[in-house]
Design a protein around this ligand. Structure first.
Ligand code: BV8
Length: 230
């Protein structure tokens, strides 16, 4: 009886909601250089460019709607809870489509586009508007220190201890819509295998770490996830 399910989602689960993936041929990183746009060094070098990049993505994320894959995971979370089990939903995504589909416990290991952080006082704030170099911190009022509350390359992902604990307790590990290109997230399937946990990948194309999975189902998340969850 599968009671504790660990799900790791990536950009592919939001693809059918119209949000770009990163490494598909027309992906975000095919058009933009992650080292200039998703690193602390890139932000320090050109904060206007980086703010503009995230302001556009924040606008797109707010205009997007959850798709049947997000909804299916929300149903799975409720169904497992009713049976005394748990869905640990760890996402690499910075959009809020899981929450808007009804998921109640979402672990954003790479942060959230709809939150901002002040580099002066550290305060994190829900943030739906554009950020600029003139934005003042609502807490310490300092101007110029506000950044998207997302994890850039070279920065420490969030919630790593909770993720490691949930992995150790899981009965099933499912990766949905992720190319397995970014660590430490891409290494979770190996950890699951080491714990003897069954592993399943649901993506459109074979992921970089596909050989680590015991089962793979290729297809669109809006079809493969409801088939798994319901
Ligand atoms: C860190 C937020 C220190 C910002 C992102 C080994 C160990 C640890 C670190 C490293 C390591 N080796 C290298 C590193 C460094 C680095 C890294 O991994 N580099 C890569 C390039 C090699 N990692 C880091 O810097 C991380 N921090 O390491 O801290 C540390 C050390 C040890 C232990 C802990 C910490 C921080 C990385 C976070 C970077 N921030 N995002 C933003 O969004 O702008 S990364 C960003 O890219 C996403 O968050 C996500 O993680 C990644 C994109 O990957 P995917 O989500 O998988 O998307 P992708 O487009 O690649 O794939 C889409 C998939 O969907 C495809 O498979 C496709 O087939 C599928 N698909 C498409 N359509 C559909 C679909 N599937 C189903 N249905 C569809 N319709």
């Amino acid at each position: 009886m599968t009671r504790n399910v660990f799900v790791l989602t990536g950009a592919g689960i939001s693809a059918e909601s119209g949000l770009g993936t990163f490494r598909d041929t027309d992906g975000v990183w095919a058009r933009f250089d992650p080292m200039r746009l998703a690193t602390p060094e890139g932000f320090a070098a050109d904060p206007v460019l980086v703010h503009d990049f995230y302001n556009h993505r924040r606008c797109d994320a707010r205009a997007a709607a959850p798709n049947p894959a997000h909804a299916a995971l929300a149903r799975l979370e409720a169904g497992l809870a009713e049976r005394g089990g748990r869905l640990f939903l760890c996402t690499q995504n910075i959009d809020d489509l899981h929450e808007r589909a009804g998921s109640r416990h979402v672990v954003h290991m790479h942060g959230e586009l709809l939150r901002a952080r002040c580099t002066a006082c550290g305060t994190e704030t829900v943030w739906h508007e554009d950020l600029t170099v003139e934005t003042a911190c609502p807490h310490c009022t300092r101007v110029g220190g506000m950044r998207p509350d997302v994890v850039w390359f070279g920065e420490m992902p969030k919630h790593l201890d909770a993720i490691d604990e949930a992995l150790a307790e899981a009965d099933l590990f499912v990766a949905i819509g992720t190319s397995g290109a970014v660590y430490p997230a891409a290494g979770y399937v190996a950890q699951a295998r080491a714990f003897g946990i069954p592993t399943l990948a649901l993506t459109l194309d074979e992921a970089d770490n596909a050989r680590m999975f015991e089962a793979i189902r290729l297809g669109r998340a809006s079809e493969t996830v409801p088939a798994l969850a319901d």
